[in-house]
Design a protein around this ligand. Sequence first.
Ligand SMILES: NC(=O)c1ccc[n+]([C@@H]2O[C@H](COP(=O)([O-])OP(=O)(O)OC[C@H]3O[C@@H](n4cnc5c(N)ncnc54)[C@H](OP(=O)(O)O)[C@@H]3O)[C@@H](O)[C@H]2O)c1
Length: 263
Amino acid sequence: MAEKEEKERVCITGAGGYIASWVVKLLLSKGFIVHGTVREPCDGKNSHLKKLEKASENLKLFKADLLDYDGLCAAIDGCTGVFHIASPNLYPKVSNPQAEVVEPAVVGTLNILKACEKARVKKVVVVSSVAAVILNPSWPKDRPKDEECWSDPEICKAPENYYFLSKTLAESEAWKHARTSELDIVTVCPSFVFGPMLQPTLNASSYVFLTYLKGSFSVDQICVTNIYKICVLHYTLEVQFLFLTSLLYIYSLGLRFLDIRWT
Ligand SMILES: NC(=O)c1ccc[n+]([C@@H]2O[C@H](COP(=O)([O-])OP(=O)(O)OC[C@H]3O[C@@H](n4cnc5c(N)ncnc54)[C@H](OP(=O)(O)O)[C@@H]3O)[C@@H](O)[C@H]2O)c1
């Protein structure tokens, strides 16, 4: 795709994370000015971002926790699009999952959406997960789980399922908020994402993958998606908010994208 002539600004939350780093790299390569939020800009785990091509001119990092509304507003100000990718998980260790995982995911998502409204952002891509889809025992057995399917929050309340709870509540709150506002959002529900890492430290899905390769656990069935596919999907969604009159844009309005169909 041709590089953009005018430099448009987009914000990516949790820019130093596994998926977000690839999205930052891709958007920089396409000529965007990228505002990335990170919790610790000087931490070595985010150092790879500054080494990305065009980062020295076009990447600006903002220090912001998901619970820091003012910090998020500063990062989103002036942006036409936002990719909300940051989300806590249970790796490596969490002592209070409600406070450390569920609350930042849910309140953080709402903070992002409010900051987007304030900044009159054109399009927000919220990265959810199949975790918000698959824990639904009442779903008909003969129907593959699709975009209509939601994990049951009560079942997600088991201690080992707090990540599922955080993603389910964060995505459903995002949709509730979107219905009462002018915001144009889409959500993406990837499955287990793997592929090359740009960041120097292990993220949760790469850790799980490594543990699997080492034979520490086995699974009957695992559904994976490739990091490159996620980036292409993100870029396609991003393109949609730029070409407002395109057919793609019309199709994307208010949609939930499920990466795969789960049986
Ligand atoms: N990887 C997968 O297989 C997979 C599958 C489905 C969905 N997803 C979703 O995709 C997104 C990215 O996942 P990933 O695998 O790339 O994870 P990751 O590498 O662990 O990245 C998560 C990012 O979120 C940030 N974060 C966590 N808690 C935060 C908080 N309270 N305030 C601000 N930032 C916070 C982290 O920042 P710090 O570095 O400061 O901790 C990190 O940058 C998440 O929304 C995840 O749920 C991932």
